[in-house]
Every structure is written in C-alpha cells, then in structure tokens.
Design a protein around this ligand. Sequence first.
Ligand SMILES: Nc1ncnc2c1ncn2[C@@H]1O[C@H](COP(=O)(O)OP(=O)(O)OP(=O)(O)O)[C@@H](O)[C@H]1O
Length: 768
Amino acid sequence: MAAQDAVREALRDREVAVEQAHLDRVYRRLEEKIHEAEFLVDDAEKRGQVGTPGALAERDAQVFQAGVHLNRLNSEFEDFLFGRIDLLRGKDGKRGPDGAFTATEVAEDAIAPDGTAGIAETLHIGRLGVLDADYAPLVIDWRAPAAAPFYRSTPKDPGRVVRRRVIRSRGRRVLGVEDDLMRPEVEATLDGEDLAVVGDGALMAALGRARSHSMRDIVASIQAEQDMVIRAPAPGVTEVTGGPGTGKTAVALHRAAYLLYQDRRRYSGGILVVSPTPLLVSYTEGVLPSLGEEGQVAIRAVGSLVEGAEATTYDEPQVARVKGSSRMLPVLRRAARGALELGERVPTSLRVVAFGARLELDGEELAAIRHTALGGTAPLNLMRPRARRLLLDALWEKSGRGRHLVDPELIAEARAAFDEDVSGEDAFTGFLHRWWPVLTPRGVLATMAEERRLGRWARRVLAQREVRQLARSLRRLDAAGQGPLSVHDVALLDELRILLGTPPEPVRPREADPLDELTGLEEVTTYADRMSAGRRTRAERREQERAEYAHVIVDEAQDLTPMQWRMVARRGTSATWTVVGDPAQSSWADVDEATRARDEALGARVRRRFELTVNYRNPAEIAELASKVLRLAMPGTRPPSAVRSTGLVPRFEVAGDDLGASVRECAARLLDEVEGTIGVVVAMGRRAQAREWLTGLGERVVPLGSLEAKGLEYDATVVVSPAEIADESPAGLRVLYVALTRATQRLTVVAGVRDEPDGGGVPDLLRE
Ligand SMILES: Nc1ncnc2c1ncn2[C@@H]1O[C@H](COP(=O)(O)OP(=O)(O)OP(=O)(O)O)[C@@H](O)[C@H]1O
C-alpha cells in the first residue's frame, strides 16, 4: 500500500512540475506583455495630446487596450490558469482565431485499431487568453469556443477530449492537479509517454471547501449542463429552473461574463443582475471581478433599483401581498391624480390683473379646466404645461379682448401679449404652483397613508382590511415621503415615477470623444481620462444614470411580485434576458398572478428553457430532509439529486424554556465543528431577537430572517422553529424549504413549542 502511495505521489509531483513549467512560461509571456503595455502608456504620456484627431484616436485605442490588459494582469488572480485538456486529432486541420483546432469530432484514424492514440493537441484554459510570440495559444480564455470541451466533455460524450485536468494554483505556484479521464478505453500517449491520471476529480475537492461570506467563481469546475446555459445564445429569453444549490446564481453570473466576452460591444450597454436581497448582492459581488469583469455589470437588489430609494425594511406578509399585487395599479393611478387636489393650500379661485383689468376664475370653472386637462394619458407632471395653457385660454376668454378683433394676425399678437402679461404675474405663477404642483413619487406614496383617502382611491379594488394595513404601513414616511422604505414600496415608487413623469431637465452637453465614432464603445474616452483616477467614478456615475440595460439577468425570479416584474421590465425594454429561479422556493403567494406579470414583462421574445438537476450545495442527508418539506410545499416536484454525501445526518434539538439560549448553544457548538460560516435562520418576526441571542459569537455566525436567507449558503445552519417559519406567510412552507437548503455541511433544527416535536426532537413538519 505504502509503495503504491509513493508511486502515486511521485506521479503527482511529476505532473505538478509539468504544469509549473507551463505556468512559468505563461508568466514570462505576461511579463513581456506588461512591459509592452507599460512602454505604450509611458510613451503616450510623454507625447501628450499632439497629432491629428485620427492619429490621436488610434493611439488612444492602442493604449486603452494595453491599459486594460495591464490592469487585469496586475490584479492577482489566485488561479489564473486552472484547466487543461488533452485532445485527439480532429476531423479537419482548421484553426480558430485563438490558435486552437476547431474540429469537435474525432478523425476516423485518430485511434488505432489496437486502441492506442497519440494526443494531438493540448490546451490550457485560464481566465484570459494568452498567445506566445508566435501566436500559438499558451492559455485559452475560458469563454472561448475552444474551451467549451473542457466543460462539456463527459465520459458518455467525450468529443475529442481524452483527459481533463483541473490545475490548482496560488499566485505563481501550482499546488496540485486533479484529472478526469473521458476516454478510459483509449491508451493515449503524449510525446511517447503514457498519459498520467492524478487525483479523484476536481468537483468534489471544490465542493468540500469551507464557505466564506462571499461566493467563489466556479470557473474551474463548471459542469456540462451548466455550461449549456452559460453559453446559450443571447437573443430572447434564457429561462433556467433548478432546485436549491444547482448553481443557478453561479451560472447566471458566469453567463454575464460570457456575454461580455462574446459580444463586448453590444453588452457595453450594460448588464443588470437583479438579486432578491442586499445580502445576496454582497455575497455574489466578488464573482465577476474574479472573472476579470466589472464595471459593465450592475448587481442590484430588487429594493435598490430606483435611484435614491434604498429599501431597508420588510413589510408584514399580508401587506407585502397587497403592495406586490397588480391590483395596486388602479389604486396608484387614482392616488396620483388625487394627490393633485390635496392639501389646504390648493387655491379655490384664481385672480389676476391683465392689462389693468381684474380677471377671476371661480372654483367651478377651475374644476372644469382641471377635468379637461386630465383628459389624456400623459404623465401628470407633463400635463402641467397643458393645464397652464387651458388657464390662459379661460382668462383670455374672460377678458373679452379677442372679441372685437377680426384679423387673425392681430388676434394672435394680442393673445401673445396677454399671455406674457399674465404669466409674468406672481399671482398666476404662485397659483399654478399650488393648483398643479409638481408631484414626486415619494410625496404621492405618503398621501396614501391616510386611511379614509386611501379607501376612496382603493374603492372596489382592495378590501377594507387591506386598506387599513396598507395605510398603516405607509405611516413610516413623513409628508414628503421621506423615511424608511420597504422592499415592496420601491416598485410602487417606480410605478408612480412613470405615472407622474419627470419634468424635463435642461439637456447637458456631452463631452466630445473622437473614439466613440471609431469604436462605438462608450466607455472609451480620452487617454488622460482613462488612466486617471477619476475613471471609476465616471463609470459609476454613468451606470447610475443608466435606465436601460442591454441584458437583464433576474436571479430568484420566482420571488418577483407583479409590481416588481413591471419595474424590472422597464429596465430592459429592448434587452435580451436570462431568468433563473425555482418555483418551489417562491415566497410569493399568488403564483398565477406573478406568472402573468412575468409573461407580460418578457413579451413575445423567444424563450429557451433549461433545467439544472444536480444539487452541489447540500449533502444528500440534508437534501433528503428538505425534500420532505418540498413534498408538502409543492407536491409532485422532483428535488435535484445531491452530488455528495457526508454521513452527517441533520441534528434535532428541542428548545427548553429559553429558546434563545438553546439556539445560542447550537451555534456555539457548530463553531467548533465547521471551519467557515454558520447561518441561523429564524422567522422574520424574530430577527431582532436572534441578533441579541447571538451577540458575541463573532463574525462567523450570522442571524437571518427566513426571507433574507434567499440564495445564501453556510457551512452549517441552525433552522429555528420550522413551524414558525411555515406559519408566517401563505408561502411559508416554500420559505421553510429555502431555509432547510442553505447548509453545505451540517444542519441543526431547533424545535420550539409550536413544532410539536416527537421523542427524537423531530418537528411535526419534518416527519414522514
Ligand atoms: N460546477 C460547480 N462547481 C463547483 N461548485 C459549484 C458548481 N455549481 C455550483 N456550485 C456551488 O454550489 C453552490 C450553490 O450554487 P448557487 O448558489 O449558484 O445555487 P442556486 O441554484 O442559485 O441555489 P438556490 O436556488 O438555493 O439559491 C455554490 O456554493 C456554488 O459555488
């Protein structure tokens, strides 16, 4: 046995040395490229901005490329090079732009009748493509077509791949290699030697690692079914479903990086990733920079999609259900119009002096004018000029000045002078300001906090009880609508923004940029801009100003309410879409209503559907427990199959009189049992309490409300009182399913009184 181990170790060391030699070559080449880039940047600085615009633009484009390269190369990638495939000879001898052979099928005579074959091509896969001085590929970018077999090849359908190798490195040092043999039946040789096979597969090694507070990229171990989604063609809608832990979020983010690689020009229009919570945003934010992509992808929580509105609170389930429903549409429409007539300061008559004569419009006349002005579909703030015009018409009529004139030119002149005279008067402008005020979304939302008024606006749409709850929830806001917003308020604000319209702002002149014409890339400005520290803030500002994106990715799409679908749809009216989700994890009660809203948002775009079927997060023991809840929550739904098992069955604890103490004890114990993070999931109503229970346990322990746990994962989780979580909302069982599927290693369930635990502490809901 020992001798066998020694042989294996020697083989491993030899193969690590082989990869180290390659990595050294890659770094030597990168250094050369860095020197070239530095030289270009230096040279450009010395020469300053002299030359014709055309020459400047050309030089700028070169320096830009060099600068981008430099930045990316200098940012230390932990595993710049992570993969390798050894391939049989293909059907034809054609090479693609990355220098690799393009054939996917094996040449008929590549394998000799006795089963032996020579490796015809070896490709190394990494985060960026690198060519050697003779344009031969040293590293293939993971997104390039030539890299696809690294992800797609399986023993069942190997293509040209004989051996797939994952290379683990840190900085410039290769630490290890893990091989998968795709064609075990072929006796392959490389440079006359047998092809070595090392380790027991890279995926398991990746899955077993401890979790931190941020997600890692999966670029070295993307699986074939995931790769199909990542590289799916862009047009229309790519819809992905899959159970917990199947990699939907990971795949969505890698797809963003792939789309940028594949068509940077198009997607420089921006990619928006909509995420359910700020926690999930910060958990996933690091993935794209680790793939060398940032700046063009905005990851936003659904409660932060409207500029200047950052949701900090959650509504109670029954209020959330009202606010998210499309029944809010007529209510908001009426509220927007109704808000025009609110307040003690709305004048009931208009008195002005025109050319020395006193003119007056009384309440009735004003009401009629308002009625006419409102007879259109334009946003309210944009109807203001029309209302002003109608007021002037009425005053002109009253003044009688046009009556004894016949010549149309004279009438027009007199009218223009009249309008100028009246509208210059403080009495008129002051009146207009109060009678047709510029409304803000927040201001209108705040007016809905008054129950009687809201009741009027919501007549025949909302029940009295719903009106009461909705009005009460909006009392967090002051009269101007300032105050803490809930996640669901934000979609209402966005709807009001459209109903009210933004009064036109003066147009800001845009900076002249010769490169815009040359490359069509908006982010490329002048050399000085690009290399200056101000570049990032400019990019950020531009991104904030962006109202529309070229591609929209919706994560946890099952949770979007109808009102949220409308809000997201506005940001991608001409975008292509990727929508990922799992109906079984939906925390939204009215599934049919949400489906209709989603169909409306996605419109007639072509849809491409994919399903992910393997759970990479939960060990089989945890997945099995969770599937009991799945059966209750969504009978008939097949859970994804867990890819590994740890032998650690979930633990059940019955809380004593002091629930907090029991939970704290469980969390403390887990601190010794796992290396990484511990999530403690409680019902939303217990969030504040949970924070107190866990104070002092350190950063590795995170208290979470059940809705906040969406999309996240921890080495270990404590799920506190399943019954409380399930009873908290109409979608409670699905929310519980989410809570039970967050752990990568260990799960402890703490049962409270409501859980009716059996002798083994197993809550009623989790028994067969
Ligand atoms: N091919 C892979 N190689 C290594 N790890 C993977 C792979 N696919 C997924 N994972 C890991 O599995 C975990 C779950 O992935 P992810 O969060 O993307 O799943 P999800 O489908 O979005 O889950 P949920 O629906 O529960 O939010 C993550 O830790 C991810 O890194």
